[in-house]
Design a protein around this ligand. Structure first.
Ligand code: UD1
Ligand code: UDP
Length: 399
């Protein structure tokens, strides 16, 4: 079986490690993976570092699209991916998440009838002003096999008319599938609730991170409590008022806490124009705010494991905080990962100084202790590959 995997943005490269590892460990003789990097992210610390560190094979192709407006960037990727799909003739294209690289892969593949496997299907913010919401809806509705990490994802797909077989056993994965007989097609897609491949990765790499990184020592954090923060959403970075309010909260928190803030390149650039000179001076001169370049994934999970709390607008980072049983303050008005808010382990604070500080106080007074297992069993990648193999070789068997 031949797969073409599309990656491009940082979180997709990291996600791809789980599937590549499962292929290497269990299906090396059966599955050929052709990796296409769109080049959406290109700085070494946004791309190459993950190949070096996580055992992901080097990309077979790099489209080098770089940064551009949504339309231009997506168009360049679509053109490149279409040509490669025609050349490679894969059984499936594998798409992750909701970036422009995902959208381009979906549009290119659906039009020339290459079946799409969407990993991280079904997530919704119900906010179509987010570019990611458009990308994920289009991708889901062009897909043949949809793998959703959460129960909320499954419910969203059901609401949008995807066929969900609820008569099966009530275990994760099987309950959720449209697992009846017949092979899946774009017009008869199949949905599986399989858990989160990033949970696979976090479990796999947690101890390796502890052994192989020295970021805690390097930042002189050993033994001292600290807050880990990340900010990169365009809704936060591109609006001076919102960026200012987030930094007001961080400046306030830094009076009593150390803060580690690995800066996404988008944020690094926009801090200079969208944060007032006065706030920049406070932030850059603060001994308690450690602004650092993007870190590697192993360093990031070491930071997440040692932090007392995580403040973020990242999808991946809010979840990883949960994986490592840390409370999270989400710098957005809504989240696709609703379960972590419903269990009381994360709070939506938007870009609102008061709400951020109130959430901090809440978690200081009531540190959460119960983090139910809602992201699967750490073997989502193997399950996904099994379903693909059954689709190709044994079309009428239920996984
Ligand atoms: C993209 C995704 C977002 C995801 C994020 C993960 C879309 C629409 N957005 O947002 O869903 O959460 O990746 O990090 O696909 N830049 C560099 N070096 C790089 C990459 C980017 O300097 O290696 C700068 C450029 O100025 C670029 C800006 O960051 O214009 C934004 O990059 P882009 O990929 O367009 O969007 P992200 O904000 O990274
Ligand atoms: N991450 C990383 N280094 C960093 C910041 C984030 O390795 O400096 C990882 C993080 O652990 C998570 C992923 O990148 O696995 C999340 O990516 P990002 O926040 O860029 O995007 P999102 O998940 O919001 O799409």
């Amino acid at each position: 079986m031949k797969l073409v995997t599309i990656i491009g943005a940082r979180p997709q490269i990291i996600k791809a490690a789980a599937l590549s590892r499962a292929i290497r460990n269990h299906y090396a003789d059966t599955i050929q993976e052709v990796i296409v990097h769109t080049g959406q992210h290109y700085d070494d610390n946004m791309s190459q570092v993950f190949f070096d560190e996580l055992g992901i094979p080097s990309p077979d192709y790099n489209l080098h699209v770089g940064s551009a407006s949504h339309g231009v960037q997506t168009a360049r990727m679509t053109e490149g991916i279409e040509a490669l799909l025609i050349k490679e003739q894969p059984d499936f294209i594998v798409l992750y998440g909701d970036t422009n690289s995902t959208l381009a892969g979906a549009v290119a593949a659906a039009k020339i009838h290459v079946p799409i496997v969407h990993i991280e299907a079904g997530l919704r913010s119900f906010n179509k002003s987010m570019p990611e919401e458009i990308n994920r809806i289009v991708c889901d509705h062009c897909s043949t096999l949809l793998f959703t990490p959460t129960k909320a994802g499954l419910e969203n797909l059901k609401r949008e008319g995807f066929p969900i077989d609820e008569s099966g056993p009530s275990t994760l994965r099987l309950a959720a599938g449209t697992a009846g007989s017949g092979s899946a097609t774009i017009d008869h897609p199949k949905v599986y609730h399989c858990g989160d491949i990033m949970y696979d990765n976090s479990l796999h790499f947690a101890n390796i991170a502890e052994q192989k990184t020295d970021i805690i020592q390097r930042l002189e954090l050993g033994g001292k409590p600290f807050i880990l923060a990340t900010i990169h959403r365009d809704t936060n970075t591109d609006h001076p008022e919102r960026l200012g309010a987030i930094f007001d909260a961080l400046i306030e928190l830094s009076k009593e806490n150390q803060i580690v803030l690995p800066l996404h390149p988008r944020t690094a650039k926009l801090l200079k124009t969208n944060l007032s000179n006065e706030k920049q001076a406070l932030v850059f001169s603060s001994a308690n705010i450690k602004l650092i370049p993007p870190v590697s994934f192993l360093e990031m999970i070491a930071l997440e494991r040692h932090a007392q709390l995580v403040v973020t607008d990242s999808g991946g980072v809010q979840k990883e905080a949960y994986f490592f049983k840390k409370p999270g303050i989400i710098l957005r008005p809504e989240t696709e990962w609703v379960e972590i808010v419903e269990t009381g382990n994360a709070i939506l604070a938007d870009a609102d100084e008061c709400r951020i500080l109130k959430a901090w106080q809440h978690f200081k007074d009531n540190p959460p202790t119960v983090f139910p297992e809602i992201f699967g069993d750490g073997h989502a990648a193997e399950f996904i590959l099994n379903v693909m193999l059954q689709q190709k070789y044994n079309k009428y068997e239920t996984p």
